[in-house]
Design a protein around this ligand. Sequence first.
Ligand code: NAD
Length: 358
Amino acid sequence: MSLVFEHVALGQRVLFGTGKAAENLAAEVERLGAQKVMVIASEFEATIADVVCAGISPVLRWDQVVMHVPVEVAEKARAAAAEHEIDLLVCVGGGSTTGLAKAVALTSGIQIVAVPTTYAGSEATNVWGLTDAARKTTGVDDSVLPVSVVYDAGLTLSLPVEMSVASGLNGMAHCIDSLWAPRADPINAALAAEGIRALNQGLPLIKADPQDLQGREQALYGAYLSAVAFASAGSGMHHKICHVLGGTFNLPHAQTHATVLSYVLAFNAPAAPEAAARAAAAFGAEDALTGLNRLRDILDAPKALADYGFTEGNIPEAVRIALPTIPASNPRKVTAENLTRLLITATVGEDPKTLTDL
Ligand code: NAD
């Protein structure tokens, strides 16, 4: 079979090293010649930011961070950046904090150096998100891609196990959804497969011992690969569904991804044998769903959307908004009927296997 594809790689400098965040960040700020740095970190991330920023002299610290980046929160941060004539944004935190830095970069063009403390992966994508009146809008713009990422697994040691599991499975969702996303190609598939392998290895180590640095490093490395694959392949069915659940129903991002993933995998795998075989091999399992469910069992992963406040009564609205956004290239045809069934199953936490023969 001939190999024909078009692949775009995003340009970004990645500095990975446990215990090296402060040193690597200071070197990056100097290399970029920044004079007026704005550090964005939520109040819960402030202690980590203090350590990471020990070698730089920011002119502004900003802690007003809200998940899914409400427009009014972004506007305030943008005004503050303009007022202080900021020439570099440094974000230290999870996807919400990175998301706010991206919102500022989007309208100002100010470069970002990202220091992630979860496995969300936003730091490695050119995707921004903003929420206005309960509708989440996302877009793609290279100006929001952090120019550099400073990874330090030591910064994730304080991430509670439950959040580490949910966030790590958010990374896993980037990998698996990439395998059938609209721009899936052999390069992003290779990155996604290595991401699955690394997360599948790292997350159980974290579950067994949250202070296990080897597990934390593997998970962080896997999270980066997952995000590069996702940025390249685009949003597949899984992301389109979770986007609506987060933006319209305000469900927590990582936990929602962690819950929905096995349902979308069960639904799509029979119609996507190559993607499923790739994922199965990366899990070292006989089939992809078995591999994912084995990992989920070890991790005691989130099981039901109902646990996060989603109800069966919300499903018709979720289907109405999500259905038109699901890519036509999805391996299995998605209808209002089968999407409703998928969401009912995910809401109550029923065995995903019931979706394989829809
Ligand atoms: P989050 O950033 O909201 O963090 C969750 C909680 O964990 C917060 O209270 C935070 O303060 C805390 N936290 C973060 N790091 C910690 C640490 N090391 N120790 C202790 N506590 C810590 O959650 P998230 O899942 O990282 O990010 C979710 C957001 O990121 C969503 O808005 C999502 O849309 C966005 N996202 C965007 C992209 C993209 O490509 N644009 C990709 C993934 C996620």
